[in-house]
Design a protein around this ligand. Structure first.
Ligand code: C5P
Length: 234
């Protein structure tokens, strides 16, 4: 597959999908850093649409208005942060209210369609690591490498708990576990681009893996696939 993408001069994509708090974002950012590739955190686009909608009073059920908000989305990524309409939204898009609204906004096919070309525009040389729910199934179906990152719901709640407590946000484990399960059910159960591994994805269970080991596993996969593609070409 890498040979096909490379041979027609299209920058290589590594698609990393998985449920909330599986570690996919940290893994994807680490892989991008190691390879010097661009990085797309596609969830932040859904979060930006949700934040914009909450601020503008657009109900999360109003598909048409949300799709307009998505296609007009004025955003910019810079130094690990993100701006919405020229203002810093790095923290704003991480609140629990925005997290919940993002997964409600993301059920609408028109919103997903509006974000499709914005996401594909990140595919630039020398390559892209993209993380989300449908990178390998819908946005980059021709990705050279597809990884589906999982971890038990309990382990994911524990990780999120540690992150929030470190930020001084008080929260209960029970509440977090419930939120994670609700989001999983909504992401997996929706009709448009449900959360599921692509048929050709490698499943990476991070329940008992450190982040460095998980990044190493994806890099190994990249090396094996690109070496195999080189051999096929020569
Ligand atoms: O990955 P993250 O948790 O930041 O994504 C926020 C929400 O955006 C998810 O709960 C999911 O509903 C939605 N999303 C999506 N497709 C993507 C990325 C995120 O539906 N590719």
């Amino acid at each position: 597959m890498a040979a096909t993408a490379a041979s027609v001069g299209v920058p290589l994509v590594i698609a990393i999908d998985g449920p909330a708090a599986s570690g996919k974002g940290t893994i994807a950012a680490g892989v991008a850093r190691e390879l010097g590739f661009r990085y797309l955190d596609s969830g932040s686009l859904y979060r930006l649409v949700a934040l914009k909608a909450l601020r503008a009073g657009i109900p999360v059920t109003d598909e048409a208005a949300l799709a307009v908000a998505a296609s007009d989305l004025d955003f910019a990524f810079d130094n690990g942060g993100v701006q919405l309409g020229g203002e810093d939204a790095t923290e704003g898009i991480r609140s629990e209210a925005v997290s919940a609204a993002a997964s409600q906004v993301a059920v609408h096919p028109a919103v997903r369609r509006a974000l499709l070309s914005r996401q594909r525009a990140f595919r630039q040389a020398p390559g892209l690591v993209a993380d989300g729910r449908d990178m390998g199934t819908v946005v980059f179906p021709d990705a050279a490498i597809k990884v589906f990152v999982t971890a038990s719901a309990e382990e994911r709640a524990k990780r999120r708990y540690k992150q929030l407590i470190a930020k001084g946000i008080s929260i209960t484990m029970d509440g977090l576990l419930r939120d994670i399960r609700e989001r999983d059910a909504r992401d997996a159960g929706r009709v448009a681009a449900p959360l599921r591994p692509a048929d050709d994805a490698v499943i990476l269970d991070t329940t008992d893996l450190t982040i460095d080991a998980a990044i190493g596993a994806v890099l190994d996969l990249y090396r094996v696939r690109t070496m195999a593609a080189e051999r096929q070409r020569s």
